[in-house]
Design a protein around this ligand. Structure first.
Ligand code: GLN
Length: 532
């Protein structure tokens, strides 16, 4: 029977509930327990796919093509769990499912209410996530902060779960903040007391508290938190700011979190196996031998979360290469205004990420031209590949007006355009080319050297494609088409000849990189940057 852990957040948002949940999962996995994770998002959108990155951060794409919350990225990076569309549910999806059934007549005669209909739907989705992943333990992260109106049905469903499946099959973990008030020189427990009080009002008594704090918590403080929040003393876990997120499982476990979890679930304790995580991941990040600076030239540069998986993938590649990867976030509009030389001169590598819409495009194209001409290692992802193609067409194939029909619908030279099957689509949600597709790698290419195999599976999220009409011309001028989706003969990857590293891919390799298993293209990009 599956056991369930519910993680909630208190006091403020952005405490790192996703990383906490992923870390708990990592700890359990290190005990050879099969884990999976699920995120419940209280907003009304069906998924984050139609939201601006500034609203939501990165959209994480699963293998089965679901556009999901970025926390699912942490789940996959920290554990072996594979995320699918069943591992993320939003208020919008829950209500949509209930309302479709209501119209069909499934509830004839009844009044549809939050309790039990909405909460039942939430519970069914949680059970479905457990079933489809065949997990021994499912960790369910409830988005938002306790006290929000919109997360109430999710918390109510979590409360009911203990009634349904039993005390020892459910565990509630609350991530909270213990602020330090500088003027008083004191650590304050009151916000946490209030937050736990709020949870208890709903009927949830947390079993474990993870206390985010910038100062060390004294025994007295922990005693006080335990007493006032009605949580066993050993289950008051200190969660200090870590130097790297990958250290968090080690920090929790050093305080015996694994013992608490296993005891509660009645699972026999065997020693953990977090040693390689410590030596091969954490210590490598903390003690790198080399250093490189990579520019990420995008338009959502102001927000740490907008390119989450890319930043993490660069770190993973750094781990492999014993290198600290310093990321210089460059606004593509600034490159447009001030020129590439000023912003990108002297750097070891340039990465252009994915995106939508025309704003910032000309700056990205300038950055790519700079990387190509100055032989600076370059890596383009999705829109980054489309921009690389536009740049090459304009500057190497004399197609001055080359463009994507996304930015210039009437361009004479649409080197990037829509496939027929995308033309008629009116709905914007969930209608792009999404999820994994096979890609055939050309032997002898830089990509082949990296992957070491001919067929790779990679995740997609885009509408526009390389226009095959231009293949012969661009190939003649030195663009290498090193990755093809064979079923439809679509270009998935391009490279530039006589360049230390110039790869651009239509897909999103950043969704497959892990700290102990870097993505080969990121790994070799950093290797090339290091050489530079
Ligand atoms: N806007 C481009 C497209 O839809 C690229 C998308 C992306 O970078 N994810 O094809």
């Amino acid at each position: 029977m599956t056991k369930y852990i519910f993680t909630t957040g208190g006091v403020i948002s952005s405490l790192g509930k996703g990383i906490a949940s992923a870390s708990i999962a990592k700890i359990l996995e290190s005990h050879k327990i099969k884990v999976s994770l699920m995120k419940l998002d209280p907003y009304i959108n069906m998924d984050p796919g139609t939201m601006n990155p500034y609203q939501h951060g990165e959209v994480y794409v699963t293998e089965d093509g679901a556009e999901t919350d970025l926390d699912l990225g942490h789940y996959e990076r920290f554990t072996n769990a594979r995320m699918t569309k069943f591992n993320n549910a939003t208020t919008g999806q829950v209500y949509n499912a209930v309302l479709l059934r209501e119209r069909r007549g499934d509830y004839l005669g009844q009044t549809i209410q939050v309790i039990p209909h909405i909460t039942d739907e939430i519970k069914d989705r949680i059970k479905k996530a457990a079933q489809t992943s065949d997990a021994d333990v499912l960790i369910v992260e409830i988005g938002g902060t306790v006290g929000d109106i919109e997360s109430l049905p999710f918390l109510e469903a979590a409360r009911q779960f203990r009634l349904d499946v039993g005390y020892n099959n459910t565990l509630y973990i609350h991530l909270t903040l213990i602020p330090y008030v500088r003027s008083a020189g004191e650590i304050k427990t009151k916000p946490t007391q209030h937050s736990v009080g709020k949870l208890r009002e709903i009927g949830i008594q947390p079993d474990v508290l993870l206390c985010r704090t910038e100062k060390e918590l004294s025994d007295d403080i922990k005693d006080k938190i335990s007493l006032f929040c009605n949580v066993r003393r050993e289950a008051v876990i200190e969660a200090p700011d870590a130097e790297t997120i990958y250290e968090v499982p080690l920090i929790y476990n050093a305080q015996g979190l694994d013992k608490i979890l296993l005891k509660h679930f009645g699972i026999k304790y065997k020693a953990t196996d977090l040693k390689s995580w410590k030596t091969d991941v954490v210590q490598k990040i903390l003690n790198p031998k080399h250093e490189v600076t990579i520019a990420v030239v995008g338009k959502y540069i102001g927000l740490q979360d907008a390119y989450k998986s890319i930043y993490e993938s660069l770190t993973h590649a750094g781990i492999f290469n014993d290198t600290k990867v310093i990321i210089k976030r460059v606004d593509s509009e600034d490159v447009e205004k001030h020129g590439a030389d000023k912003l990108l001169g002297g750097l070891s590598g340039i990465l252009v990420p994915g995106g939508f819409g025309y704003r910032g495009i000309e700056g990205k194209i300038k950055a790519i031209k700079y990387a190509r001409e100055h032989k600076i290692p370059f890596f383009g992802l999705c829109l980054g590949m489309q921009c690389a193609v536009i740049e090459f067409a304009r500057n190497r194939c004399a197609l001055k007006d080359a463009n994507s029909t996304e930015f210039s619908p009437d361009t004479k030279n649409p080197v990037i355009s829509l496939l027929d099957e995308q033309r008629g689509i009116k709905d914007m949600g969930g209608t792009m080319r999404l999820g994994i597709y096979p890609c055939e790698i050309k032997k002898g290419s830089t990509a082949y050297k990296a992957y070491g195999k001919e067929i790779v599976m990679e995740r997609h999220r885009h509408r526009y494609e390389f226009n095959n009409k231009y293949r012969a011309l661009m190939s003649k001028n030195g663009l290498i088409f090193s990755g093809i989706y064979p079923n439809k003969n679509l270009v998935e990857m391009v490279e530039v000849k006589d360049h230390p590293y110039f790869i651009a891919v239509q897909y999103h390799p950043e969704f497959k990189s892990k700290p102990d298993k870097p993505h080969p293209l990121f790994r070799d990009f950093i290797k090339a940057a290091l050489k530079k």
